[in-house]
Ligand binder design. Sequence first.
Ligand SMILES: *Cc1c(COP(=O)(O)O)cnc(C)c1O
Length: 440
Amino acid sequence: MLSQKDPEVYAILQKEDKRQRDTLTLIPSENYSSLEVRATLSSVFTNKYSEGYPKKRYYQGNANADDIELLAIARAKKLFNVVHVNVQPYSGSPANTAVYFALLKPLEDKIMGLALSSGGHLTHGSPVSFSGKYFKTISFPVTKDGVLDYDAIEKLAITEKPKIIVCGFTAYPRIIDFERFGKIADKVDAYLLADISHIAGLIAGGAHPSPAKHAHIIMTTTHKSLRGPRGAMLMITQKGIEKDPELPAKIDKAVFPGLQGGPHDNQTAAIAVALHEATTIEFGKYAKQIVANAKALSQELLNYGFKLTTNGTENHLIVIDTMSKNVNGALAAYALELAGIITNKNTIPYDTLPPFYPSGVRIGTPGATTRGMREKDMVMLAKWINEVIVECKGNGFDKLTTKEERGPFFKQFKKDISENKTIKKIALEVKKYLKDFPMP
Ligand SMILES: *Cc1c(COP(=O)(O)O)cnc(C)c1O
């Protein structure tokens, strides 16, 4: 028993369990996986080494590891309509890394993606990530509201000639036009990598168009809206094979032995479970409800006078421009946590503030939807979010311009806001409300 053998770790696990139950995650990349996914993740497969691929292993004793990996692959192929799948990437960032290593010449070839500040991922060419250090990069143009400008993207692709175009984002609230991206990629003979990490659950559940006919490679993490264990998959489409028959071999080699050693078979097994869950009728309902909830929540927030990037949402996430209420995103996110609403601070397109003290907060509905919330519950959530953010106002933080000023001020803000009576009251209301929406 862990509680007796290691009371220190046990105590932290208990506290985290309680934190997750008593608060609500609105972080759009988080979710609550099923008990079956969690149990499988802690299965005996954590004991096994299986470097290589099914039937081509470097260690003995891999008959069952082969079976579980082949099952996960077969399920992913069917669910996402692709012809080749690699389920071994440890997570999303290594998976994108493997794609670049497989297809690009360092310091020479170019990645075209969305800038971090506009909703792209670190691994899509950000200068602070390896992707921006080891490869040339260029960012998509977006309108001042943060919407992708497809005509401008096409023009830029023609002049810049990227070798890979990455579409699929971490803070982009709109449907992605994969068909248009596919045409742009074809026109400049680039590979199109659809990074569907955030929206994989929506695609699997029929609540967002699939990139399967338009992209050459699809990458997804498995722990976001797909609701599996932490992990990632790299998938090659029919179109990908037609462009480059060597693509499956190149990608597989880049993952192992290029970048990784032994796969996490326990993770693979849990991915297989999640992929099975994603084929159920309930999952389709969940995916559609995620979008319905996000739309309801965004409308409520607009009614409270918040500005939202792209003026709303068509998927699972919303980026609130909290500076539209003169509240810095860092302050808003901190105060929301005190109220039991877990979000993350986020930059907005063309943000003039730094990433540590950005203009906005990113929220999303996968976690709330998993817990059974519907449109009417979004009315309550919006009310609480508004009340909390109103409490953060009027302290002059938005007038500060330097790190040296912001740091001490933020410290003082944390102290003051933790004694705020309204926020304490909301925290109790949230906790009580969540009793009707249990975490698995
Ligand atoms: C989350 C995410 C990743 C990276 O996933 P990690 O598992 O955190 O490494 C990559 N791309 C996108 C679009 C993501 O949202």
